[in-house]
Design a protein around this ligand. Structure first.
Ligand SMILES: Nc1ncnc2c1ncn2[C@@H]1O[C@H](COP(=O)(O)OP(=O)(O)OP(=O)(O)O)[C@@H](O)[C@H]1O
Ligand SMILES: [Mg+2]
Length: 117
């Protein structure tokens, strides 16, 4: 099992929800987030912005964080679809992090591992 964490533009949430559903993922968790990547939230890397009296070099932008624990075999096809369907080619499209998951349990039944997701 792998835990896939997508940090994406808010307007792409519906597409990623559909992709996960189409690939038969067992569930997902969605959170609002604030973040920045290599541009530190600016279009001009050297920009310094004044926010409430503080000069900041880190401008956190609102993003959506989607987390889905899926079977190993699903990961590559999901990533391919996400890249094909939500990449705009502009900075800030987002990132995906993939973590190994040791185990899972469905609380209602006590099922473990792949059967629990
Ligand atoms: N190394 C990181 N660690 C944790 N979160 C990150 C990291 N990089 C990006 N993120 C999250 O992903 C969001 C989108 O990042 P973003 O797409 O701007 O990445 P990037 O590396 O700057 O790529 P690009 O050059 O395409 O913009 C950020 O707002 C942040 O929430
Ligand atoms: Mg960026």
């Amino acid at each position: 099992m792998k835990d896939i964490v997508f940090i994406i533009r808010a307007e792409k949430l519906e597409i990623v929800k559909s992709i996960l559903d189409e690939h038969g993922c067992g569930g997902m968790t969605v959170m609002t987030a604030m973040g920045c990547g290599t541009q530190r939230g600016f279009t001009d890397e050297d920009a310094v912005q004044e926010i409430k009296g503080y000069k900041t070099k880190i401008n956190l932008l609102p993003k959506i964080r989607i987390e889905a624990v899926v079977e190993d075999e699903l990961v590559e096809s999901i990533l391919l679809d996400v890249r094909e369907r939500i990449a705009t080619g502009k900075v800030g499209d987002g990132k995906v992090f993939i973590f190994p998951v040791e185990d899972a349990m469905r609380i209602r039944t006590g099922e473990r591992g792949d059967s629990a997701i």
